[in-house]
Ligand binder design. Structure first.
Ligand code: SF4
Length: 299
């Protein structure tokens, strides 16, 4: 069976930059042969050597249906730049007997209203990894992954047994500034980077408080929807309610933000700043924290 070559586009900067980087390498088939050989994919290396051309790399995006609008917008920009389609995979096919959206189906029918969290991260498997597994099937596959050379602590993607991950940025020593520069000179960065550090679902529990407040400012409707999920999990008998953040609901965050704003406005009048600008100023430089999001959703 012939080897497939794939790249998962998350809507984040690293996978987008990798897709562009690999497109620029297309004339150099030896580059791809060597990557495959280094990763132990001798069959793939042999196929490339025989064909004497770079492999056709299939791009895909696993759509949870709950992504930020900026992500969908950026995918179109990237597709245009790459001049080839990015296949949209959907977990919808996994719940085709149900009329509800996949996330809602999984939340209520399979998890009893338990919102996903850092400790109960069922969403990644159900909405990202499983659709990808169905897409890949049984074929031996080389998966190009955009983990950079300056983030060796970021967990690597867990592979299916027939999928081997290769890490071109790590092999070539590319760091964050290289990725940012590459995007700046091609597609630009996805717009959400002005207020959020990662791609992924609008309600992703990996967000910091400042990012939730960014969501409230940029997409108040989505912030409302995220709040609604919390409220719907409220059990009047037990008083239990699941929240996206640890130990705090979005309603409580809003309260905290109002009091912070009152205090910060006084400070801002002194130093020409705003409390929110202070909170979000480090987004672009803060995507390697120890509590980073799962690689599959945010590379
Ligand atoms: S982006 Fe966040 S909420 Fe969405 S699937 Fe990934 S981990 Fe889960």
């Amino acid at each position: 069976m012939r080897t497939r070559h794939i790249i998962g586009i998350s809507g984040g900067k690293d996978s987008a930059a990798l897709a562009i980087y690999l497109t620029r390498k297309r004339e150099d088939w030896r580059y791809f042969r060597d990557l495959a050989a280094e990763a132990g994919c001798s069959d793939a290396a042999r196929e490339i050597e025989t064909a004497k051309q770079a492999p056709e790399i299939e791009s895909f995006f696993t759509d949870t249906g709950k992504e930020l609008p900026e992500v969908y917008e950026y995918l179109e920009i990237l597709e245009k730049y790459l001049d080839k389609p990015i296949v949209r995979l959907s977990p919808f096919s996994l719940v085709e007997d149900d009329n509800t959206a996949p996330f809602d189906h999984f939340l209520w029918a399979e998890h009893g209203g338990l919102l996903p969290s850092r400790h109960q991260r069922w969403c990644t498997y159900k909405m990202k990894i499983k659709p990808m597994g169905l897409f890949v099937g049984d074929a031996p596959t080389v998966n190009y992954v955009g983990i950079r050379a300056d983030e060796s602590s970021r967990s690597k993607l867990s592979s299916l047994t027939n999928v081997t991950a290769v890490y071109p940025f790590m092999s070539d020593g590319l760091v964050r500034q290289d990725i940012v520069s590459l995007l700046e000179e091609t597609t630009g960065l996805p717009k959400y980077y002005s207020w959020r550090s990662r791609s992924g679902c609008y309600f992703c529990f990996f967000q910091r408080k400042s990012e939730w407040l960014g969501l409230r400012e940029h997409h108040p409707d989505l912030f409302e929807k995220a709040m609604r999920y919390e409220n719907e999990t409220f059990d009047p008998n037990t008083g239990r309610m699941y929240t996206w953040m640890d130990r705090m609901s979005l309603a409580e965050l809003e309260e905290e933000a109002s009091s912070m704003q009152a205090g910060a406005e006084m400070i801002a009048s002194d130093r020409q700043s705003t409390w929110q600008a202070d909170l979000i100023s480090d987004h672009l430089s803060d995507d390697d924290r120890a509590d980073h999001a799962c690689a599959v959703c945010s590379i």
